[in-house]
Design a protein around this ligand. Structure first.
Ligand code: SAM
Length: 248
């Protein structure tokens, strides 16, 4: 949720020791079902969050460059701007988003329509922990931004991702880290004052519910993605990404 000129700082490699950490407090956000809140969040994401999710889009598109007509599944798309960006940049891609929130699903479909992408981008209400609408080995890429820390527990979703991906399928999951570096803490402390108060409060609680880099590693190492993933750390966010083995 940072402005363009802050992107370089956010994606800079960590050069500092993390501060002493508070315990993780799982974040449950009732406002994800509040139409007015999701509308504000959608506007905020459209305007200023590109630098947060651009690395996910870039990696995924790069990995999919030789895959014709890829089917991309987005988990926890909220207002849908990440999947919409993928579809804008890859004109033969089909994007499906699955989100538990009815309010977000509605606004995400509106956003896809407003970009004239409704033929290729659609959002459905559902839980990432049970992707029963998707058969085994059916998806080319799974992406997600800032939703991982809501999955309870995340390993179930990672196992679902491993199940639905085709051999050679790509995954890229980004989220905030609770172990912000001091530099990232300073950026958050300043940036939050440019947000609507409800979004600010939600983001602050959300960071407290996020995982540290070590916790993310331990979750992936106990999942069906354990052989395939790598962790990329920024000062404020992590990206866990990889590609399943191919059949040959
Ligand atoms: C902070 S929002 C992020 C939205 C969007 N990815 C973005 O970057 O703007 C987190 C989203 O994850 C969704 N979510 C939480 N738990 C989920 C689950 N188990 N399955 C699917 N979506 C979930 C929430 O409803 C919400 O839309």
């Amino acid at each position: 949720m940072l402005a363009d000129n802050q992107a370089a700082l956010v994606s800079a490699p960590i050069a500092e020791e993390p501060r002493r950490l508070k315990e993780r407090v799982p974040h449950i956000e009732p406002l994800f079902e509040d139409g007015i809140f999701v509308e504000k969040y959608s506007r905020n994401m459209k305007r200023s969050a590109g630098p947060d999710f651009r690395p996910i889009v870039r990696y995924t598109l790069d990995q999919l460059r030789d895959v014709p007509q890829p089917h991309v599944l987005e988990l926890g798309p909220g207002p849908g701007w990440v999947g919409i960006t993928v579809a804008q940049k890859r004109q033969d891609a089909q994007v499906t988003g699955i989100d538990v929130s009815e309010a977000y699903t509605e606004i995400a479909n509106q956003n896809a329509r407003s970009m004239r992408l409704e033929q290729r981008v659609s959002f459905r209400q559902g839980d990432a922990r049970s992707l029963h609408d998707f058969s085994d080995n059916s998806i080319d890429a799974v992406i997600s931004n800032q939703s991982f820390h809501y999955w309870d527990p995340p390993a179930i979703v990672l196992n679902e991702i491993a199940r639905v991906l085709k051999p050679g399928g790509v995954f890229c999951i980004g989220d905030d880290r609770r172990d912000l570096t001091p530099m990232a803490s300073m950026i958050v402390a300043v940036t939050k004052w440019f947000m609507h108060p409800q979004i600010r409060r939600s983001w602050m609680s959300s960071i407290q519910g996020c995982y540290t880099a070590d916790e993310v590693s331990s979750i992936f190492e106990q999942s069906d993605l354990k052989e395939f993933w790598e962790l990329k750390l920024g000062a404020r966010m992590f990206m866990a990404r990889g590609r399943l083995a191919t059949l040959d």
